[in-house]
Design a protein around this ligand. Structure first.
Ligand SMILES: [Zn+2]
Length: 69
C-alpha cells in the first residue's frame, strides 16, 4: 500500500467530493463547503480501551512552580 487512502466524507458538511490539497500530504479540500482540513494520525487504541493512548508530553517538574511552606 503506497498510496494514502482518501477520506470518504467531509467532516464538516458530509459531502463526498474531496480532493487532495497542495501544501501538505494530509490536506484535503471539500468542493462543497470549500473547507480545507488535515487528516492526522493520533495514536493507537490500547487493547480494550475506548480512547487513543495519549502520547507522552513533557510535564512541568513537580515543585518547580508550587511553593511550599
Ligand atoms: Zn465540506
Amino acid at each position: 500500500m503506497s498510496e494514502r487512502a482518501a477520506p470518504a466524507y467531509c467532516p464538516y458538511c458530509g459531502d463526498e467530493d474531496l480532493r487532495p490539497e497542495e501544501g501538505g500530504h494530509r490536506r484535503w479540500s471539500c468542493r462543497s463547503c470549500r473547507r480545507v482540513f488535515e487528516v492526522a494520525f493520533v495514536g493507537l487504541l490500547a487493547f480494550g480501551a475506548t480512547e487513543p493512548v495519549p502520547t507522552p508530553v513533557p510535564v512541568p517538574t513537580p515543585g518547580a512552580t508550587a511553593q511550599q511552606d
